[in-house]
Design a protein around this ligand. Structure first.
Ligand SMILES: Cc1cc2nc3c(=O)[nH]c(=O)nc-3n(C[C@H](O)[C@H](O)[C@H](O)COP(=O)(O)OP(=O)(O)OC[C@H]3O[C@@H](n4cnc5c(N)ncnc54)[C@H](O)[C@@H]3O)c2cc1C
Length: 463
């Protein structure tokens, strides 16, 4: 096998999705003081969907988006583009944490994905959106057993799925590692950067104002307005939504509940017709494997394979920055796993490698908060499933600042926050211990003492 370190060294350290000539020109930063009805902090999917929905639902409203970098440049343009209807990081995780409202959450998730795809089509956003199935493959006996148990639970709750034996798994794609699989219909795949760029254009068209390169450093309020402060200006707003997800800025309250972990991705060169034939995969499904530490992979419009996941790294004190993105260790591990899965692609190179911050909570799903007499709402922490759920999170945040008691804003998932993370050094200790315990569970199939304790505290994980 070609040395993975050579393959990774040859890949461009850049995000494939944004390394294209149709990237929009950034807008000018905020200079001076302005008033607006709604100010949104953070221009990823959550912030852009919040602006889009606010303007579509109420065209007279003035909306400003303040983005520290360029809209979409955070997790929203670095992801795999899997749009799962689940709002709870999978049905099983939702069942674990919100058993009383899981059926409602599932229905709202399906409606959200439907409405999201409808908006993409209506606004002619060229995001290569397509409905596909998702298949998670068992690659060892432990995962086979887990998938059987998961299928039983899904059947008991009437959730559509199909358990695949080895030969059916091989019919989806050809890998010597597949022993079986679990197919879930009804996800979609998108080109995430083009979705962010299209949403940005739609917000402009609807009259929203976007300031790029505008980091919000402070938010305070008097009885009339909420003041959103930046280096060179301020916005005085009636309502504010903070959508900074993994950054959890500038509110200290968010940092108690949301931590950033870095997830890594490789993109291959385009496959030849012969290579496409060698791997099968004619249904172009979204694929993954079934461990706690799992890979996700998909094809692009030009027949590359995006291969990501497995390693998720937390850095001391919610550490974030480019120094955590470009190290090669996690990418080399991913490259090795790639060729174990598809040995027939030996000789294929990687064109791009990158990493991005996933905002996660102790329940592995989004959480919400309000401040300043409910004139400010924040949302974040979708973990690895935020491409579709961020649109729902944005809608809930709008309901919260508008004081609307809707079905979604009254959910227990919205009203009750998960257990906060402890301060450092316990934060690092707890996260690293959990990660090691999940890796051990992958190896042995046993749920160790630490994971049992977390389950009892309501911090369990089941994706
Ligand atoms: C590598 C990777 C793969 C993933 N794969 C998938 C997938 O396939 N499917 C899926 O559903 N989910 C996936 N996710 C998760 C998904 O991308 C996120 O949940 C989603 O994009 C969150 O959107 P967001 O707008 O909340 O956050 P972000 O896109 O991160 O946006 C937050 C924005 O806030 C800005 N910001 C931060 N601080 C400030 C400040 N002080 N002032 C102003 N702006 C600020 C940031 O610059 C950023 O643009 C993945 C994530 C990563 C990193």
């Amino acid at each position: 096998m070609t040395d993975p370190s050579q393959l990774v060294a040859a890949a461009k350290p850049a995000v494939f999705w944004t390394d294209r000539s149709d990237a929009p020109t950034p807008n000018k930063p905020l200079q001076g003081s302005f008033s607006t009805d709604l100010c949104i902090v953070g221009g990823g999917f959550t912030g852009l969907w919040a602006a889009f929905q606010a303007l579509e639902n109420n065209p007279g409203r003035s909306v400003a988006v303040l983005e520290a970098d360029v809209c979409g440049s955070g997790a929203s343009s670095r992801n795999g583009g899997f749009c799962d209807p689940s709002l709870t990081h999978g049905f099983l995780n939702g069942l674990l944490h919100w058993p009383n409202e899981i059926q409602t959450l599932e229905r709202l998730g399906r409606e959200n994905l439907h409405d999201m795809l409808e908006s993409i089509e209506r606004c002619a956003i060229q995001a290569d959106a397509q409905r596909v199935s998702e298949v998670s493959f068992a690659t060892n006996e432990i995962q086979l057993q887990w998938q059987q148990e998961q299928a039983d639970t899904l059947s008991a709750h009437g959730i559509e799925h199909k358990l695949l034996d080895q030969s059916a798994a091989h019919n989806i794609a050809h890998s010597p590692t597949y022993l079986g699989g679990l197919l879930s219909p009804g996800i979609a795949l998108v080109d995430p950067a083009r979705l962010a760029w299209g949403l940005r254009r739609a917000v402009h068209r609807l009259g929203g104002v976007i300031y790029d390169h505008t980091r919000v450093s402070q938010i305070d309020a008097d009885e009339h307005r909420v003041r959103v402060g930046t280096e060179h200006g301020a916005i005085h707003a009636q309502r504010v939504i903070v959508a900074t997800n993994a950054w959890a800025e500038p509110l200290r309250q968010m940092r108690r509940f949301i931590v950033p972990v870095y997830d890594h991705v490789l993109m291959t060169e385009p496959l030849s017709t012969e290579q496409m034939t060698d791997i099968g995969w004619s249904g172009r499904e979204g694929l993954a494997d079934a461990g706690n530490q799992f890979h996700y992979y998909r094809l692009t419009a030009d027949d590359r394979i995006l291969w990501g996941g497995y390693d998720a790294n937390y850095h001391w004190n919610n550490g974030m920055g480019s120094e955590f993105e470009w190290g090669t260790g996690s990418h080399e591990l991913l490259a090795r796993h790639f060729f174990e899965t598809f040995p027939q692609l030996e000789g294929l190179g990687f064109s791009h490698r990158w990493a991005g911050p996933i905002g996660t909570t102790s329940k592995f799903a989004a959480t919400f908060g309000t401040m300043h007499g409910d004139r400010l709402a924040w949302v974040g922490g979708y973990t690895g499933l935020g491409v579709a759920a961020s649109r729902f999170g944005a809608g809930v945040a709008l309901d919260l600042v508008d004081g609307l008691a809707t079905e979604r804003s009254m959910l227990e998932m919205v009203r009750r926050r998960p257990m906060p993370f402890p301060p450092e050094p316990l934060r690092s200790l707890a996260i690293h211990t959990t990660r090691n315990a999940l890796a051990k569970q992958d190896e042995t199939g046993e749920t160790g003492l630490w994971l049992k304790l977390l389950d009892r505290l309501g911090v369990g994980f089941d994706s």
